[in-house]
Design a binder for this molecule. Structure first.
Ligand code: SF4
Ligand code: SF4
Length: 345
C-alpha cells in the first residue's frame, strides 16, 4: 500500500525546463490572474505578471508579503447611498506563483485567523479562488530563519503545485486536486526518479546552511519570564515606531475601518486599511484614552503576539521566519536577537 502511494506521488511529478517556466505562467494567465515575483529597482515585488517574461524565480524575498492579494492594503467594503447598501467584492481566480515555503505557511496561518470566530467574507471569497504554486528555497537569504520556525526552506503541504530548482529545470509536484486541474492547462514531461532523488539531495544542502540558534519552545519560555525585563526599555529607545515591521510581515492582519461620508450625508463608503500595533493611535479609543501610549508597550505587544500569544490563539507561532521585518527595520531590531537579549546573551 505504502509502495503504491510513493509511486503515485512520484508519477505525479513533472519537469519544466527553466527557459519554459515563463510559458507556464503564460498558460495559466489565460485562465487566471497570475501574481508572482518580479523585479522593481533593486528589490522584488509580488505583483500581477503581464507575461511570463516578468517572472523572477531567483528572488529571495518580496518587499510586501502575499497577504496583499487576500487582504488589500486599502479596500472599500461597501458603499451606501439613500439607505441602500452595495457590497464591493473584487475576488476572482488568481494564482500566487513562486511563493516561498515561509509565505505559504503564513497563508495557512491567515486562513485560521480569518475563520477563527467569524469568517471574513472578503478574505474567504478571495482565498477560495486562490491557487498556490510554491517554490522550495534552494538559497538562504541573509535574514531568513524559517528553518528555526519550522516553516522552511521546504514545503510539505499548503500548495497546489510545488516547484524545486534542479539547475537547468524545475521539478513540479502536485499537492491538491486544484493543482492537478492547473496542470491540465499545461504540457509538462514526467520526471524520471533520478531527478526526484536529486531534489532531496539539493534540499538537504540548503537545510545545512542554517545555523540553529534557538528552539521555538525556548523562545516561549524566555518570553514567559521577561515581560518586565529592563531590556524592553532599551529596545524602545532604538525603535522608531514606524510600523515597517508589521507592514511587511506576512502574518500581520490588523486593519482599521473608516466610514467616509459625502457632504450630502446620503452617500459614502466603508473602507478598511492595514493598521499597525506599533503606531501610536492603534490603541487610541473613544474619549482619547490610549491603552499603549508608550512605544515600549507597543514593541512588546508585537513581539509577544508573534512569538507567544499567537501560539495560544492558534497553536503555532505567528512568525514564519521570513526575515522581512529584519531587512526593513531602520533600527535593526531582529526578533531572535531580542529574545537572545532577554535571555541575557
Ligand atoms: S515577525 Fe518578521 S520574520 Fe517573523 S514572519 Fe513577521 S516579518 Fe517575517
Ligand atoms: S520597523 Fe523597527 S523601528 Fe520601525 S516600528 Fe518596527 S521595530 Fe520599531
Amino acid at each position: 500500500m505504502a509502495v503504491a502511494k510513493v509511486s503515485e506521488r512520484w508519477a505525479a511529478m513533472s519537469l519544466v525546463p527553466k527557459e519554459e517556466v515563463g510559458l507556464l505562467v503564460d498558460g495559466l494567465a489565460r485562465h487566471y490572474q497570475v501574481i508572482g515575483p518580479k523585479q522593481k529597482g533593486k528589490a522584488f515585488v509580488l505583483e500581477k505578471l503581464a507575461s511570463g517574461q516578468e517572472l523572477r524565480l531567483d528572488y529571495q524575498t518580496s518587499i510586501l508579503p502575499p497577504r496583499k492579494a487576500l487582504i488589500r492594503p486599502r479596500e472599500t467594503m461597501f458603499s451606501f447611498h439613500d439607505n441602500q447598501v452595495e457590497t464591493v467584492q473584487d475576488a476572482g481566480p488568481q494564482v500566487l506563483f513562486g511563493l516561498h515555503p515561509c509565505d505559504v505557511h503564513a497563508l495557512t496561518l491567515l486562513d485560521q485567523v480569518f475563520s477563527l470566530e467569524y469568517e471574513d467574507p472578503y478574505y474567504a471569497a478571495r482565498r477560495q479562488q486562490t491557487y498556490v504554486v510554491a517554490l522550495n528555497c534552494t538559497t538562504v537569504g541573509e535574514n531568513c530563519f524559517c528553518y528555526l520556525m519550522g516553516t522552511g526552506p521546504t514545503l510539505r503541504d499548503g500548495y497546489d503545485l510545488l516547484l524545486t530548482d534542479l539547475g537547468n529545470e524545475y521539478l513540479v509536484e502536485v499537492g491538491s486536486d486544484a493543482g492537478e486541474e492547473l496542470l491540465r492547462h499545461l504540457s509538462l514531461r514526467p520526471a524520471p526518479r533520478v531527478r526526484v532523488v536529486e531534489k532531496e539531495k539539493r534540499l538537504d544542502q540548503v537545510r545545512r546552511q542554517f545555523r540553529q540558534q534557538m528552539e521555538v519552545t525556548e523562545m516561549r519560555e524566555v518570553l514567559a519570564g521577561s515581560y518586565n525585563h529592563p531590556a524592553w526599555r532599551e529596545l524602545a529607545k532604538d525603535c522608531l515606531g514606524c510600523g515597517n515591521c508589521t507592514m511587511v510581515c506576512p502574518t500581520c492582519f490588523c486593519f482599521q475601518v473608516k466610514d467616509q461620508l459625502e457632504l450630502d450625508l446620503n452617500h459614502g463608503q466603508r473602507v478598511r486599511e492595514w493598521d499597525s500595533c506599533l503606531l501610536w493611535d492603534y490603541s487610541l479609543v473613544a474619549l482619547g484614552h490610549n491603552f499603549r501610549p508608550q512605544l515600549e508597550t507597543r514593541l512588546k505587544q508585537r513581539l509577544y503576539h508573534k512569538l507567544y500569544y499567537y501560539e495560544d490563539q492558534i497553536g503555532t507561532p505567528g512568525c514564519v521566519g521570513c526575515g522581512r521585518c529584519v531587512t526593513n527595520c531602520p533600527a535593526g531590531i531582529h526578533p531572535l536577537e531580542v529574545v537572545a537579549r532577554l535571555k541575557g546573551e
